[in-house]
Ligand binder design. Structure first.
Ligand SMILES: Nc1ncnc2c1ncn2[C@@H]1O[C@H](COP(=O)(O)OP(=O)(O)OP(=O)(O)O)[C@@H](O)[C@H]1O
Ligand SMILES: [Mg+2]
Length: 330
């Protein structure tokens, strides 16, 4: 393999080269605060590709967004919640919400007092997955909300405050305030662990949540597929930039088991997310197979962990929950 750092430095200054990754011949160069010159990026890409060991090259521009006063930002008032973790993904539709909800149920099965919060302003899905769609939250004092409670977990969703067909532009402007309100004005009671379903990608909501909550860490969900992985790498880099620890990567839709013959098919490629985790020095949290019962149960409002407590799929979520709990103990 050629010296990628040296090659990259011919095109971008050393201080802008934040990270270089080699995912089995797919080189990902992450630049930080570099001038966004697509010609230079292209030239670098071409030079990398001229080496036969390089099968693919991706150049990612990132920016530091941390305001100088980060340390003084007021934390939201969530006193009785011991641990908070986020479930995030760089890309939409990789199974973040399904994973967040089943993980929360798995944590509850392991004896944790668990809450799950839906911060996905673009597509809140907890109300459907936990059967509280079209039910407004109850308030006894006109100031605070009672959380929904189903399958042993407490839940609240930004979808309960923002109506489904509300224009996106309104959501963007008010979303952070709405999230703060829902989170800090819900009567959670004593909670061991709260799981937050983050919106996809790397935007203001993620940054706001990281700044105003003491997040214990983020679990990144990715499919084994190349495009999802590049986004996962971006997500990891973004959270690292804002000093939020990464718990690890969960590989969702890892493989499909034929219900007739039992054969495993790696629809989105094999072990892509696992390899990426290893190469980035990040913990691999586990595999969730692609299984129709995961989707059906989520759509029906009874997540698989509640619907099929003895299934190997439930075990897969519980294994991930166990790993996360071990990490939180340290
Ligand atoms: N392991 C799985 N097996 C089968 N279907 C799955 C699996 N994980 C997720 N799904 C299905 O894939 C679809 C997308 O999942 P989900 O809504 O959880 O993704 P997401 O990352 O939260 O998406 P968005 O970015 O839209 O919020 C859903 O229909 C869900 O039921
Ligand atoms: Mg979602």
């Amino acid at each position: 393999m050629p010296n990628i750092q040296q090659i990259a430095q011919k095109y971008f200054e050393k201080q802008h080269i934040a990270n270089i990754q080699n995912l089995n011949g797919h080189i990902i160069v992450t630049l930080m605060d570099a001038p966004e010159n697509s010609q230079t990026a292209d030239a670098l890409k071409q030079e990398l590709l001229s080496h036969q060991e390089v099968q693919k090259a991706t150049i990612i521009f990132t920016r530091k967004k941390i305001p100088a006063q980060t340390a003084e930002l007021q934390k939201w008032n969530l006193k009785n919640i011991k641990h908070i973790i986020g479930v995030a993904s760089g890309k939409g539709g990789v199974g973040k919400s399904t994973t967040a909800v089943n993980l929360a149920l798995a944590l509850a099965n392991l004896g944790q007092k668990t809450a799950v919060f839906d911060a996905d302003i673009y597509g809140p899905s907890l109300p459907t997955m936990l059967s509280f769609e079209n039910t407004p939250p109850v308030s006894y004092d006109g100031k605070t909300f009672e959380p929904f409670e189903n399958f042993g977990v407490k839940a609240m969703s930004i979808g309960s405050l923002i109506e489904r067909d509300t224009p996106l532009i309104w959501r963007g402007a008010k979303a952070c305030g709405a999230i703060e309100q829902m989170m800090s004005e819900t009567n959670w009671g004593d909670i061991d662990i709260m799981v937050i379903d983050m919106p996809p990608g790397t935007g203001d909501i993620q940054i706001t949540l990281s700044q105003h909550l003491n997040l214990d860490g983020i679990a990144i969900v990715s499919t084994p597929q190349d495009v999802a992985l590049i986004d996962a790498v971006k997500g990891v880099n973004m959270f690292e930039q804002i000093h939020t620890p990464i718990l690890g990567i969960i590989q969702n839709m890892s493989y499909y088991i034929c219900p007739h013959c039992g054969e495993k098919t790696y629809i989105f490629g094999q072990n892509g997310a696992k390899n990426t985790a290893n190469q980035m020095g990040i913990k691999f949290l586990g595999d969730i197979p692609l299984d129709i019962s995961v989707r059906q149960n989520a759509d029906n409002g009874t997540p698989i962990v509640a619907a099929e407590p003895d299934s190997p799929l439930t075990k897969a979520y519980e294994d991930i929950a166990t790993k996360i709990l071990e990490m939180l103990k340290k």
